[in-house]
Write a protein that binds this ligand. Sequence first.
Ligand SMILES: NC(=O)c1ccc[n+]([C@@H]2O[C@H](COP(=O)([O-])OP(=O)(O)OC[C@H]3O[C@@H](n4cnc5c(N)ncnc54)[C@H](OP(=O)(O)O)[C@@H]3O)[C@@H](O)[C@H]2O)c1
Length: 261
Amino acid sequence: MYPELNGKVVVITGGSRGIGADTARAFAEEGARVAVLGRDRDALDRVAKETGGIGIVADVTDLAAIEDARRRVEAELGPADVVCAFAGGGIARPGPTAAMSEEEWHSVVDGNLTATFLTLKSFLPGMQERRAGAIVTMSSSAGRMPSNLPSAGGREMGNPWGAPVAYEAAKAGIQALTRHVAAEVGGDGVRVNCVAPAAIRTERTERFMPREVQDFVAASHPLGRMGEARDVASAAMFLASAQSSWLTGLTLDVAGGKIML
Ligand SMILES: NC(=O)c1ccc[n+]([C@@H]2O[C@H](COP(=O)([O-])OP(=O)(O)OC[C@H]3O[C@@H](n4cnc5c(N)ncnc54)[C@H](OP(=O)(O)O)[C@@H]3O)[C@@H](O)[C@H]2O)c1
């Protein structure tokens, strides 16, 4: 679909599983040379083998680890043409804001917003120097709309708290980070866009979300189903390709109509 992605070097943080792994597979099918970053060596090796790319163990909350990974990508594949900063982590329980511990707050903000900042910090200078590059960051519909609104259906699903507040704040922060950097580096030939998925089916949701909850969540999207990781991968490929060459600073809601802005 995107012949211009053939041979491009694509780095995907959070590429060891879930949305990131499917995005790596989708780029590889277009002929891209992919590098997946994560912390689980075995999972990274599996994705690297499937995609013909490389898997690099790197904690993206640690700038030195990202810098090492970037140097390895440059040495083995060449400079990055595309970076999908998709890793998202941190641990916090849903609950009242005042009950969230500082540790939970920092772990989720670091695992999402700071990790995205550090990834951009590492990869941007080379892209600016080469006057070419496309970056796609990862927000969430939780960064668009509070997930604890009564209309979000949390009561019916047994979780009136929605996503932890730190997750919503971090994912909204990623949208602002994306816009700021897009305005800053547009003149250098680098585009920065964001995807904001609603509920996406992954191995994790299959394992932890009971079938009746999945049905409820599916029905809450106007298109009547949960998203697939491939829906997000398709959006990322479009934003990375020349087909979106006049788009930057955009947050694209990959949300089955649940978010309409
Ligand atoms: N699934 C959804 O419904 C949904 C909706 C909106 C947004 N999102 C966002 O989409 C992204 C992927 O979600 P997913 O559902 O595919 O999650 P997932 O299956 O849990 O995968 C998370 C990925 O991020 C990596 N990761 C987490 N913390 C990391 C760290 N400190 N350093 C390096 N890698 C790290 C994990 O790697 P290791 O396991 O190898 O450490 C894994 O590859 C996340 O940013 C998430 O917030 C998901």
